[in-house]
Write a protein that binds this ligand. Structure first.
Ligand code: PMP
Length: 395
């Protein structure tokens, strides 16, 4: 990957939007890895293989010529399977005919959800630290982020924190549970608080549940299942993380028929459809039994419990995640700011992490923290641990 310059050009005149959108620091930190030959604990992607049955199903779908555009709303059998999953795991009854749209990853899902709801100048509440994409996603629709900063170790949300933002006037709130980068899992009490305020102040919710099965001590609750939220919530979800297929670009959006009709129109003109053969293959994933999901969470819990204590022992100040596959840690013991800390770590320890600044308000005093991704083979984590042990002694 090469960095693209947006310096003023005598030839090209870019949109304001293009100038507003900065390069992703998450993807950029992968470049450190190439430069220094570091182990990539930066970008949120597993380095182990996808389930064999899925690869086989994808090969079979391509071989049997399921290679043309799919139904724009998503292959109907896949939509039916998603509806069944939502009934079984989220206790929400969904009509697959009118309420589900299969799209190109949760990334497209978030963008179409925002395009459906947000006009220029609409305020959208996000909780900091947040997933990096939310800011550029909002910039593309002209939405204005309203930030609430959460604090470790609980990252808890209270009514006092929420009220000023709701009183100011919001069009929507984005909830990410389990959350990237903090691993926060929203509790029922917190979700009920959001539900109460969304109804009182007439606010929509977009809920990004991409890590719903990567969960440790707490249970995952979908905001849409909370009283009064059924028709004012857009659920964004996907297959990338649960089935270890981030490259397939498959996700889905669930919303009431009225919202879904608009989501579908926008989605159709952006991508027409998600990749057809991979939708057929994803049906195989939806048929995996309960054991698959239990093993997934157990495996990630084991990896978390392998990596987290080492960070503690070396004198970092990590926060134990309750879900997702990241560890957030203070990095002020390494350098004066997060970018320098990430650079030092990649160069000296040959381990790449993402600087916490990209998960934070752009104008706020710089956050000095790092995010490590532990969705890696045990051997990768062990090599990273050995490297860290050689140069990191902060305690
Ligand atoms: N939401 C969050 C919170 C994520 O961490 C990611 C991936 N890093 C996405 C959405 C994007 O998922 P997808 O691969 O389905 O586009």
């Amino acid at each position: 990957m090469t960095t693209v310059s947006l310096n003023p050009s005598p030839i090209y005149s870019l949109s304001q939007r293009a100038h507003q959108i900065k390069e992703s620091q998450i993807r950029e930190s992968s470049r450190y890895c190439e430069k220094f030959g570091a182990i990539n604990l930066a970008q949120g992607l597993p380095d182990f293989p996808a389930p064999e049955a899925l690869k086989e199903a994808a090969r079979a779908a391509i071989a049997s010529d399921m290679n043309q555009y799919a139904d724009s709303w998503g292959w109907h059998k896949l939509r039916e399977a998603i509806a069944q999953k939502m009934q079984r795991d989220n206790q929400i009854t969904i009509d697959p005919e009118t309420e589900i749209t299969v799209c190109c990853g949760a990334t497209e899902g978030l963008n179409v959800a925002l395009m459906t709801l947000i006009d220029q100048g609409d305020r959208v509440l996000i909780f900091e630290p947040f997933y990096e994409n939310y800011i550029p996603n909002l910039a593309t629709v002209g939405g204005i982020p309203e930030f609430i900063t959460l604090h470790p170790p609980q990252w808890e949300v209270t009514e006092e924190m929420l009220l000023p933002a709701f009183k100011k006037g919001l069009k929507a709130v984005i909830i990410n549970s389990p959350a990237n980068p903090t691993g926060k899992v929203w509790t029922r009490t917190e979700l009920e608080l959001i539900a109460k305020l969304c109804q009182e102040y007439d606010v929509y919710a977009i809920t990004d549940e991409i890590y719903e099965y990567i969960i440790y001590e707490q249970e995952h609750i979908s905001l849409m299942s909370i009283d009064g939220m059924r028709d004012r919530t857009i659920v964004v979800n996907g297959f990338s993380k649960t089935f270890c297929i981030t490259g397939w670009r498959l996700g889905y959006v669930v919303a009431s028929p009225y919202l879904s009709a608009a989501i579908r129109r926008i989605h159709d003109f952006i991508t027409i459809s998600a990749p057809a053969p991979l939708q057929y293959a994803a049906l195989t994933a939806m048929e995996f039994g309960r054991e698959y999901f239990t093993n997934l969470a157990d495996d990630y819990r084991r990896k978390r419990d392998l990596f987290y204590p080492v960070l503690v022992e070396l004198g970092f100040a990590p926060v134990l995640p309750q879900g997702a596959y990241y560890i957030w840690t203070d990095s002020s013991m390494i350098a004066k700011d997060a970018d320098s800390a990430a650079f030092w770590l990649a160069k000296e320890a040959l381990v790449a992490a993402v600087p916490g600044t990209c998960f934070s308000h752009p104008d706020r005093e710089k956050v000095n923290a790092l995010r490590f991704c532990f969705a890696k083979k045990d051997s990768t984590l062990e090599s990273a641990i050995a490297n860290l042990r050689k140069v990191c002694h902060f305690s």
